[in-house]
Design a protein around this ligand. Structure first.
Ligand code: NAD
Length: 539
């Protein structure tokens, strides 16, 4: 149909709107917030393009006002999960054989709809359903989500253009087939952009998906599903099934597992896949980005204000619920008093509350289980002789799940909250002796099982170089004189190793290539007509 050799141009990142007082975007967002908060959606499953209501329902509430119901959603049972797999497999042939430029056009159409017509509704849905302030919602969805889609078309054109060399008389080609089966995408609550990408990156490469969204992000995730459909994503390419999704890994047609979430969930699912190995048609490709215990490490030459700002932004934005959030810091004794005073001053100014009040920097954590888990770490610190809660330390779940930004100081570098992921607004500080910079770097490297993000703050370039080398495997995203959060698509390809995942760098060509099943084709232009070789001519 389309015989153009098409190269999508390199996109630029979607500009982030500021929502400053008096701006037109603020007025538009306020209107969208009023609209979403006055509605109560009924969220069905979407299988093969059809809405299905099972009657087995749950409620979607605002984390910062949990009496306010935003939606009722229907849960998939085993029957619907099988229907979703069947629908995906039915869509497989046509979708995977469609010229890739047509698939890319759908990606760009979704991006454009979200950048224009639905920008504020999407942002409001993320703010209200996942308790993000306007800026945090803006950088997630729309902006990062749009970037994922636009850059995937650009990187896909690079993947497809990468072709083998051909010697004279031979023609070699590489066909980047879709996987032979469906991709199971299991998505987290904290980034709507990731929920989209775990489906759309495989779909870009011709795959079909069964999508089990996070229960606490269903509002924005369902909205996305509707936009995918409006943009012309054919029925069955992505199938939306809130609920447990338990029988998916048992399907013979499981060809890929695309996951972002906690390390323990990833381990559970990888084990399930391992147990079914003999049953699958192909080895399922497994890509998972998981937890972190991200560090901020200051050298004595670092400016205290820079370090304090990185702590406050890195640990407390989106209530510390970013996989990249700073949650342990190593501060030299000579800098500590100044850093502590700056952090204290900033925390005095920070307000916490409802997302609809734009003066709030901090909002609620995602749900009650998360609130209880975070408070259990804070209570543990309060009771321990090895730790002291310096700032914050209180929580209140009566209206919303609010946890104060909390700074713990410990004298034990292996203290529980220095080692384990908490996923809340809590950072633990270990103050080290200035003379022990190098050994403290080594301590930082071996303290936690994760390897996601980390920052080094220093003016001394030798110190930076030392950290760069000692912490080589401590972080897949390593920051110099910057907070460890805020990676931007195509600028800081994101992902970590160790217990933080398979490090396939979401949003880039390394990830896209995982969703292909390459077939190499060799054609001989003039085939030989005799079987012999010259060496046979003499003894
Ligand atoms: P989670 O592991 O609790 O849930 C992820 C998804 O798995 C959800 O859809 C959930 O419903 C589902 N799930 C949970 N247990 C399951 C089970 N036993 N069987 C089948 N499905 C199951 O994670 P979360 O709370 O949504 O997200 C927070 C976690 O995600 C944190 O650990 C964070 O570090 C991580 N994260 C990592 C990255 C990254 O890029 N490395 C990005 C975002 C979030």
């Amino acid at each position: 149909m389309d015989n153009a050799i098409f190269r999508f141009p390199k996109p630029i990142n979607e500009p982030v709107k500021a929502y400053a007082p008096g701006s037109s975007e603020k007025a538009s967002l306020k209107k969208a917030l009023a609209q979403i908060s006055s509605e109560e959606w009924d969220i069905p499953l979407v299988i093969g393009g059809k809405e299905i209501r099972t009657g087995n329902t749950g409620k979607v509430v605002m984390p910062h006002d949990h009496h306010h119901v935003l939606a009722t959603y229907h849960k998939a049972g085993e029957k619907e999960v099988q229907m979703a797999i069947d629908a995906a497999m039915k869509a497989h042939k046509e979708w995977s054989e469609l010229p890739w430029v047509e698939r890319a056009s759908i990606m760009l159409r979704v991006a454009e709809l979200l950048a224009t017509k639905y920008r504020y509704i999407l942002n409001a849905s993320v703010m209200l359903g996942q308790s993000k302030n306007p800026f945090q919602a803006e950088i997630d969805a729309p902006c990062e989500l749009i970037d994922f889609l636009r850059f995937s078309t650009f990187y896909a054109s690079q993947v497809y253009a990468d072709q083998p060399y051909s010697e004279t008389g031979i023609l070699n080609r590489m066909e980047y087939r879709a996987l032979e089966g469906f991709v199971f995408s299991l998505t987290p609550f904290n980034f709507t952009s990731i929920a989209s990408n775990l489906n759309m990156a495989p779909a870009m490469m011709g795959n079909v998906a069964v999508w089990k969204p996070s229960t606490t992000a269903i509002h924005s995730n369902y909205f996305l599903m509707k936009v995918f459909q409006e943009a012309g994503l054919p029925d069955g390419v992505v199938n939306f099934i809130p609920g447990q999704g338990s029988v998916i890994t048992g399907s013979r047609d499981l060809a890929g597992f695309h996951f972002t979430g906690s390390t323990s969930t990833f381990n559970t699912l990888w084990r399930q896949i391992g147990e079914n190995l003999g049953h699958y048609k192909s080895y399922p490709k497994i890509v998972g980005e998981t937890g972190g215990k991200n560090f901020i490490f200051a050298h004595p030459s670092a400016p205290a204000l820079d370090v304090a700002t990185a702590i406050v932004r890195g640990a407390f934005e989106y209530q510390g619920q970013k996989c990249s959030a700073g949650s342990r810091a190593y501060i030299p004794a000579s800098l500590w008093k100044e850093v502590k005073d700056y952090v204290g001053d900033m925390l005095k100014e920070i307000k916490m509350g409802d997302v609809q009040d734009f003066t709030n920097f901090v909002n609620a954590v995602i749900d009650e289980a998360s609130f209880d888990n975070i408070m259990s770490y804070i209570d543990y610190a309060k009771q321990s002789p090895d730790a002291e809660v310096l700032f914050g330390g209180n929580g209140d779940k009566s209206v919303g799940y609010f946890v104060e930004p909390t700074v713990i100081q410990t004298t034990d570098p292996m203290f529980k909250s220095m080692v384990e992921e908490i996923f809340g607004p809590v950072i633990t500080i270990y103050v080290y002796d200035d003379a022990k910079y190098e050994e403290t770097l080594e301590l930082c490297d071996r303290t936690s099982p994760y390897g996601l993000t980390g920052s080094i703050f220093a003016r001394d370039r030798y110190a930076i170089d030392k950290a760069f080398n000692t912490l080589r495997y401590s972080a897949g995203n390593f920051y110099i004189n910057d907070k460890p959060t805020g990676a931007v698509i195509a600028q800081q390809p994101f992902g970590g190793s160790r217990a933080s995942g398979t490090n396939d760098k979401a949003g880039g060509p390394l990830n896209l290539i995982r969703w292909t099943n390459p077939r190499c084709i060799k054609e001989c232009l003039v085939p030989p007509t005799s079987y012999g070789y010259p060496f046979l001519g003499e003894k």
